[in-house]
Design a protein around this ligand. Structure first.
Ligand code: IPD
Length: 298
């Protein structure tokens, strides 16, 4: 049977506001924190409590959907299949949350046939909501929860500034988000650090001379910023499907594209773990991707 994506979206928005209240009510200096991969890969009791609430609410509302969540993920066991699947990061930007740095969100995605078809990303610290439904566009709403119960207030269609976003130029005019992630050694880490250096370096020294490089600490919010047209590119290796599932649909519906973060692949998968997002533009997307791949490649 056809899935009513609008109904699923509406459920996710109300769950996102409930998660937002839990996140705002938590006192980061008092909650207990645990580590996963290493000392910088952290999880708090709030991440876990939010995921429990989200699981319960979504299982009740849409019992036939599969569920993939960051805090219940089991390596080698949990997979994104073709089935309709909720893909959830209870707090994306946990390190920011722990420091009360207000760039963190709940990220709620839905995949069907392993493609993102609904995305809801909510930053409770700024009461900022991003949503997207496949084929119906994506939106940003400020003061989002104030409108709750009264029906949603005015939503601004993405990208900001209208349907005809400017063309992309080369890397030296681009604002690019890159993330360090939590893996801090090994081959992938070395590749990443070299790539960061090449992106920043002057053209004379073989680099991309990127206009600006940022690391804001939330994959989902990076994708939303690309969707909004505030960032030109976002590149990360090492994050997971729950970091990108919601933002992917929001990005696509705003004319943005997601390609592989490894040079060469225009088509990429939710669980490929290496991503390059490009904002919507009236030209220059492919050229910028190729320039980026050239710089980070050997
Ligand atoms: C992390 C953030 C961060 C990214 C990491 C993610 P979390 O998510 O999105 O920006 O660099 O790869 O794991 O752990 O805060 O949910």
């Amino acid at each position: 049977a056809d899935i009513d994506l609008q109904a699923v979206h509406d459920t996710l928005v109300s769950v996102a506001f409930e998660a937002g209240r839990m996140i705002l009510a938590a006192n980061p200096s008092k909650i207990s924190t645990d580590t996963k991969l290493n000392a910088v890969d952290i999880v708090t009791e709030t991440d876990q409590a939010v995921e429990r609430m989200v699981t319960a609410r979504l299982r009740e509302a849409h019992p036939t959907f599969a569920f993939v969540g960051e805090e219940t993920y089991q390596p080698g066991v949990t997979r994104v299949t073709d089935a309709p699947t909720f893909i959830v990061d209870p707090i994306d930007g946990t390190t920011n949350f722990v420091h009360s740095f207000p760039n963190a969100c709940i990220s709620l995605g839905v995949a069907v046939g392993r493609r993102s078809v609904v995305g809801v990303v909510y930053n409770p610290f700024q009461d900022l909501l991003y949503t997207g439904i496949k084929g119906k566009g994506s939106y940003m709403q400020r003061n989002a929860s104030l409108e709750e119960g009264k029906g949603l207030g005015e939503k601004v269609r993405l990208p900001l500034g209208g349907e005809n976003p400017t063309a992309l130029g080369d890397l030296s005019s681009a604002l690019v988000s890159i993330e360090w992630g939590s893996q801090r050694d090994g081959e992938n880490f070395d590749v990443k650090v070299k790539a960061f250096q090449k992106l920043a370096a002057s053209k004379e020294s073989g680099g991309g001379m990127v206009g600006g490089l940022r690391s804001l600490g939330s994959a989902a919010l990076n994708l939303c910023a690309c969707a909004a047209g505030q960032l030109d590119l976002y590149w990360e290796g090492g994050c997971y499907a729950w970091d990108v599932a919601a933002g992917w649909c929001i990005l696509n519906e705003a004319g943005g594209i997601m390609v592989s973060g490894n040079p060469g692949a225009w088509e990429t998968e939710l669980d490929s773990r290496v991503y390059l997002a490009v904002r919507g533009a009236s030209g220059g997307q492919k050229e910028l991707v190729e320039e980026f791949w050239n710089i980070i490649g050997d």
